[in-house]
Design a protein around this ligand. Sequence first.
Ligand code: SD4
Length: 317
Amino acid sequence: SPGFPMAINTWGGPFTAATDAAFLALARNNVSALDAVELGCTTCERNQCDGSVGFGGSPDENCETTLDAMIMDGRSMKSGAVAGLRRVKNAIAVARHVLDHTTHTLLAGDLATEFAVQSGFPAENLTTDASADRCRAWRDAGCQPNYRVAVSPDAGTSCGPYTPLPVRDGLAARHQASHDTISIMTIARDGSMAAGTTTNGASHKVPGRVGDGPITGSGSYVDSDVGACGATGDGDIMMRFLPCYQAVENMRRGMDPTAAAEDAVRRMVAKYPQVASGLVVVNNKGEHGGAGSGWTFTYAYRGGCMKETRVVSVPPV
Ligand code: SD4
């Protein structure tokens, strides 16, 4: 353990800006664990980390970007989330607003947008030239909307995430090219913990698709008595396993963070050998580990007196 306070999240590269932002807010300004999670996620939403977080990424079949986010407090176990959020950029802040100002856990779609706008969040266009181009290229390549593939299997090859592709040239390769989703966990000086996730989901998804990101126990999970977990990967598969809940419960029963993460990943791989997944896990002492499948997963952390963020590379199980 690097010591407290601490911030730890999925992926290195551009995602380390979130690690640094969360850690420095904890270390210098003594913000709460929840505030640090929100700040870390907001940093990636603003920076459009790798195009997979925030506006202008992962356009759906209609070329629209929608956002999924959740934030969780490890002491109260309160969780707030938004799914399929449209036209609002700061999804993690809307999730926080759900946590702080309602008795609910998850708001979805247009009505989540309405809640956000009524709460004072600006409604903005989430499409950028880059995301419009990406969508156009996908259509120009002859890719059919996914629902048509379902109606007629011969309607053409789908470039969406729903047609099984060989591991090497398919999902894993797609994910390898671009890291996805930030899930971040924080430990404040007093040992309180929080976790959160924000993402623009999967490219060329069926409009209305919600991923694992906003699902408590899937996108992330935290119990200050035990520890926390953050996830990234093929959410359509991962959310069937609640892997972050699994990893935290594994630690509750005595596993160390690495073993807890590996067990949760192996449960998914046993049923879906092709799944691209990554879990980063930290216990309430700050000991950490990760596991992944289908790609080389990386995570970033900074804690205690560390002068800079360190990135850990995790080979697939
Ligand atoms: C999703 N989990 O919506 C997200 C995307 C992701 O690596 O993390 N990809 O499925």
